[in-house]
Ligand binder design. Structure first.
Ligand code: ADP
Ligand code: MG
Length: 333
């Protein structure tokens, strides 16, 4: 309990009741008691993940509140997607500097619109005064033993990524003033940064098809290296495939002003905030992968091959090895 009601202002419990309490549908018990209750069905495992967004660290002060609500849940749903889990419920731990009702209205609208789109209910949380900080824990369902893990990739598997890569990083570079894009190109890239699309349907469609999966949050190569280490394998990545996934470059090319190769590589290989799925599948599964992509209306691109010898090799469009290093994002590096 932190918000004191004064001068007719809104207290902690009014705030929770007004912005964060909805009728419960799938959970046994939602907001209001000491614990929420979930009843997992027989043969179902719960997939659980938490992600925190800190102002000044993960988003700029003044970021659009509706998009921030969307993103706080989206990054968590992305982890469920990477495991092939179906979203069920989430909790919200929120530190707020002050009670700002227009902000709360927009934030909760963005948050709950995405939650509704995925049938994922807000079942509890905590609310306190402090520097703006949003921590969500999501719960998802996956049939026992069918979760997609990082550790299942085998030599000879194909390597795929969903959707687009690098646009979020490009937008970030522009917002930081390191680079400039015309407004017509910046707007969609900024949308990718501030309101990413979690690949929930694709993750579930890949359940019995992919051998390993994870979501790309800190940059393609860095996240790929986690998958390779967990699986005890290496990989070769074709950068002519990954470079083609920068949506901004496709649009820039149409205006006759493409971006430089090196910037495209930097953003697509080591960008961050992509929230795409990176996954592997045996070559015999190519048709099944395409069918899963179609069924979930999500593009997937084959970008390389898993190899027995550890390490990561990058090739250019001529098949030449690229020796440049692309560091991924690390909060403490
Ligand atoms: P307690 O003191 O027992 O931990 P709280 O007073 O913190 O409970 O919260 C009261 C109820 O409101 C609890 O059911 C809690 O899960 C819920 N709650 C608190 N903050 C939020 C929030 N930001 N979103 C959703 N539910 C919340
Ligand atoms: Mg509490």
């Amino acid at each position: 309990m932190h918000y004191k009601r004064h001068n007719g202002g809104m207290g902690e419990f009014d705030l929770i009741a007004r912005y964060f309490t909805r009728p419960v549908r799938r959970a046994v018990l939602g907001v209001g008691d000491d614990c929420a209750l979930l009843q997992p069905r027989a043969g179902i495992q719960l997939a659980i993940s938490s992600d925190m967004l800190v102002e000044g660290r993960h988003f700029f002060a003044g970021t659009d509140a509706y998009r921030l609500g969307h993103k706080a849940l989206a990054v968590n749903l992305s982890d469920l997607a990477a495991c092939g889990a179906q979203p069920v419920a989430f909790t919200l731990a929120l530190a707020l500097p002050r009670v700002d009702e227009p902000w709360l209205q927009a934030f909760s609208s963005g948050l709950l619109a995405l939650a509704d789109a995925h049938g994922c209910e807000l079942i509890g949380g905590d609310t306190t005064q402090g520097p703006l900080n949003i921590c969500i824990t999501v719960f998802g369902e996956v049939p026992a033993g069918q979760a997609l893990l990082r550790s299942g990739a085998r030599a000879g598997d194909d390597l795929y990524v969903s959707g687009h890569l690098g646009d979020a990083r490009l937008a970030l570079e522009c917002l930081l003033g390191h680079f400039a894009l015309p407004p017509a190109l910046l707007a969609p890239a900024q949308q990718r940064l501030e309101a990413p699309t979690p690949r929930v349907a694709l993750g579930q469609a890949l359940r019995s098809i992919a051998s390993a999966a994870l979501d790309v949050s800190d940059g393609l190569l860095g996240d790929l290296s986690h998958l390779l280490r967990a699986s005890g394998v290496g990989a070769c990545v074709d950068t002519s495939c990954t470079s083609a996934l920068l949506a901004t470059q496709v649009a820039a090319g149409q205006t006759g002003q493409p971006l430089e190769t090196e910037r495209v590589r930097q953003c697509t290989l080591a960008g961050g905030d992509d929230y795409e799925l990176l996954f592997t599948a045996a070559p015999g599964q190519r048709h099944a992968v395409l069918a899963a992509a179609q069924a979930s209306a999500t593009a997937v691109t084959r970008i390389g091959t898993i190899e027995a010898s550890p390490g990561l090799r990058l090739m250019d469009s001529q098949g030449q090895t690229i020796t440049a290093r692309y560091a991924s994002f690390d909060h403490f590096a």
